[in-house]
Write a protein that binds this ligand. Structure first.
Ligand SMILES: Cc1ncc(COP(=O)(O)O)c(C=O)c1O
Length: 416
């Protein structure tokens, strides 16, 4: 790990932020059991077998679902321990306290945000409450599939718009795609490419879009990037819904916490789709508390952002130096690489080498998405990658077949 990383951050807070403070477990006996559990949960096999029904070898490197290998911060684990004994009661105030901290940090008025267990559920509500048979969805291609999936559910016409040559959302083309869509869906940084759409372009779309439509900006990976958030557009009462999650930089994918940020009337509209916002808003008190202290943990985001960007740069440098073609400009915890054969075939070959990489997109079928793991995970990735690339396409016979669900929606297994 880069020694510069600890500059300006004490060892204690460094470990706390990483979520791996075995020292804390010793001096804080109540935490020891939790920590043991956390460390077990961080083992690849435990994650893979448990969540996707796949039989993976215990040493499999899992860099397939844009999770954070560091897991929750120590402050979050401590908050969970403190809050869990209160779990016999509903304690809506944990929810309220976390929403208040979030609103204060972003200068939002009361009722301009809502806290959910993860962001995938409220993303469905945001999409589905604004699209329908006569209200199409306009979205980037390739991008996160939950947009088109929601359009299918709502029988809304789909208008995929290719990304620009710099892999940004092409907002001018998105505006031209249909005269009166229900929603525009922008993922920034984009999943799977990790690339950015300039904020000025998003503001332009918001200011020029037809009346009656909303712009949904999915900032699941925002904390890894250098660009400005679009949450201020919500504070300005624009027709915008911003999604935030604790699954990525905060390492809480399994704990589930996320925010929908929008004008109260837009959040109220979530109830159009069968009133699920009430049930979906039922975040556990432990996750609400873990989310709150993570927000208040000032060093957490800068430190983890640096860890991710250092390891991403090293990996991309390795791939480029060896002549492999990558999608440039990722500011996320993922990147795409050209494997010069059907991505699915390559994914299966990598799994045979005990490295589970991400999926492929039909707009870029010869590219695979790879999540940035730890330094040692990425070293294993590099070795396996070169080996698989050196094997001619079509010859990886007997490669394990991956049976992953195609989309991430609340009713399906998680896949990121
Ligand atoms: C762009 C994007 N949005 C939303 C989600 C949903 O994440 P979660 O439900 O864990 O908050 C994901 C998950 O990977 C994602 O990549």
């Amino acid at each position: 790990m880069n020694s510069n990383l600890t500059q300006g951050v004490s060892r204690r807070s460094f470990m706390r932020i990483l979520g791996a403070a075995s020292a804390a477990a010793t001096s804080f006996p109540a935490l020891a059991a939790v920590q043991a559990g956390t460390q077990a949960a961080a083992q690849p096999a435990a994650r893979g077998n448990g969540m996707r029904g796949m039989q993976l070898s215990p040493d499999t490197v899992i860099i397939s679902s844009n999770e954070n290998p560091l897991g929750p911060a120590q402050s979050a684990l401590t908050a969970i321990c403190t809050t869990a004994p209160l779990g016999g009661r509903y304690h809506f105030d944990e929810y309220m306290k976390t929403v208040a901290v979030f609103n204060e940090q972003f200068g939002l008025k009361k009722d301009y945000s809502a806290l959910f267990p993860g962001s995938g559920g409220p993303l469905d509500l945001a999409l589905m409450s604004n699209i329908g048979p006569d209200k199409p969805l306009v979205y980037g291609d390739p991008s996160y599939e939950q947009g088109p999936r929601a359009a299918d559910t709502m029988k809304a016409p789909k208008y995929p718009v290719p990304l620009t040559t710099t892999y940004a959302h092409d907002v001018k083309a998105m505006l031209k795609a249909h005269p009166s869509p229900g929603a525009y869906y922008i993922v920034n940084p984009n999943n799977p490419t990790g690339t950015m759409t300039p904020k000025a372009d998003i503001v332009w779309l918001v200011n020029n879009k037809p009346k009656g439509s909303v712009v949904i900006i999915d900032e699941a990976y925002h904390h890894f990037s250098n660009d400005e958030s679009c949450i201020d557009l919500v504070a300005q009462d624009k027709d915008v819904i911003v999604m935030r999650t604790f699954s990525k930089i905060y390492g809480m994918a399994g704990l589930r916490a996320g925010f929908a940020v929008a004008r109260p009337d837009l959040i109220e509209r979530f109830n159009i789709v069968g009133g699920p916002s009430r049930s979906l808003a039922s975040i556990s008190i432990t996750s609400a508390a873990a989310a709150r202290v993570s927000l208040q943990d000032k060093d957490l985001v800068p430190l983890r952002k640096k860890i991710n960007s250092d390891i991403r740069s090293e990996t991309l440098e390795f791939l480029t130096k060896h002549g492999y073609k990558i999608v440039p400009g990722s500011q996320g915890n993922m990147f795409m690489v050209d494997v010069k054969r059907p991505g699915k075939e390559f994914q299966a070959a990598m799994l045979k080498q005990n490295v589970a990489i991400g999926r492929t997109w039909s707009a870029m079928p010869n590219y695979v998405r790879v999540t940035v793991g730890t330094k040692s995970e990425m070293e294993k990735f590099q070795t396996a990658f070169v080996k698989c690339m050196d094997t001619p396409p079509g010859t990886a016979n007997g490669a394990a077949e991956l049976h992953l669900p195609e989309f991430h929606v609340p009713s399906e297994l998680y896949r990121g």
